[in-house]
Design a protein around this ligand. Structure first.
Ligand SMILES: Nc1ncnc2c1ncn2[C@@H]1O[C@H](COP(=O)(O)OP(=O)(O)O)[C@@H](O)[C@H]1O
Ligand SMILES: [Mg+2]
Length: 306
């Protein structure tokens, strides 16, 4: 009998559209194979989701991104149902989504992270946050939505009631100048290091996902020791959070101060993009693993803690 795979996609986070593209690409890769695949557009309706997961598939391929799909919530539902699913489990997903918590763990195993503080709108009003330049990050969203780089006062978001959309508390992180690197991890192995060169300015949501404006250089043209360190940190970060399956670590690389420069881990994404433009499929291809083989590997490595 063929293995049945349910692909979860969409969801109701700010990354719904990206997830639909990731999920669609995955469904296409599984079509006309020995797998029996069905797509599920996940809505904010847990009972409905349970219904769509009946009869139970052999494996759930989680192609959701962002809140609820990437933070342990959906993973918890799948654990309750006793279904095998791809990517990280409940704890690793929740830890990775909580950036301050994840950074504590990264630092505990010797991975350099950017200094940060937790601040409220009142702290901004009182001017008692760290010196610029800094980056304001919502506590748990994802995908650059809401990440604001403040190089000078003109970039400061309005503090007026109503236009402050970050929530009660934010993370204020020291701005790390320099370059952007990312490393995909597949199981226990890092696939490679990509440098992402934005065509202009901040590497934003648009450049990242839609118009393909950022240039991807793989292998990243960085010194050998930086390449090796990025691969090592990515695997160490994946293991420290207890991630499973595929994850992707985002770095800043500042080569302006010293040689070979400073490598700083920003975050681990436990549900990285799987669109045709995405970084993980691109790194897999560079490592000799085509998209179909990557998806197949995900299905074969799915698990459930319960
Ligand atoms: N401390 C920082 N210094 C410089 N740039 C940053 C910093 N933090 C984030 N950025 C920029 O913002 C992007 C998104 O930040 P990241 O922490 O990866 O959050 P997410 O991808 O979840 O939105 C990064 O890829 C980087 O371009
Ligand atoms: Mg990121």
């Amino acid at each position: 009998m063929s293995t049945s795979v349910a692909v979860l996609m969409g969801g109701w986070s700010s990354e719904r559209e990206v997830s639909l593209v990731s999920g669609g690409a995955i469904v296409d890769a599984l079509a006309n194979t020995e797998f029996d695949v069905r797509a599920i557009d996940v809505q904010r309706d847990v009972a409905g989701l349970v219904g769509k997961l009946t009869p139970a598939p052999d494996v759930v391929l989680n192609a959701l991104h962002g809140r609820y799909g990437e933070d342990g919530c959906i993973q918890g539902v799948l654990e309750c149902l006793g279904l095998k699913y791809t990517h990280s489990g409940v704890m690793a997903s929740a830890l990775a989504m909580d950036k301050p918590m994840a950074k504590r763990l990264f630092e505990s195993v010797g991975i350099p992270c950017a200094p940060h503080e937790i601040a409220t709108r009142a702290d901004f009003k009182a001017g008692s946050v760290m010196d610029k330049p800094f980056v304001i990050k919502p506590m748990n969203e994802g995908s650059s939505v809401g990440v604001t780089v403040v190089l000078d006062d003109s970039h400061l978001p309005s503090l007026d009631d109503g236009s402050w959309t970050f929530g009660d508390t934010v993370m204020v992180e020291k701005y790390i100048p320099g370059r952007e690197l990312t490393v995909a991890v597949m199981g226990d192995r890092a696939l490679g290091v990509t440098e992402i060169k934005p065509v202009s300015g901040f590497y934003d949501y648009t450049a990242k996902y839609t118009d393909g404006k950022a240039e991807h250089l793989i292998p990243a043209p960085v010194p050998e020791e930086i390449y090796t360190a990025a691969m090592d940190y990515a695997v160490r970060a994946h293991n420290t959070l207890g991630c499973r399956g595929v994850s992707r670590a985002d770095f800043r690389y500042d080569d302006s101060q010293n040689d070979p420069g400073d490598l700083i881990l920003l975050e681990v994404n436990t549900q990285p993009g799987m669109t045709p433009l995405s970084l993980v499929p691109e790194q897999a291809a560079h490592a000799g693993i085509n998209f179909s083989d990557l998806v197949r590997w995900m299905v074969e490595n799915a698990s459930c803690d319960g």
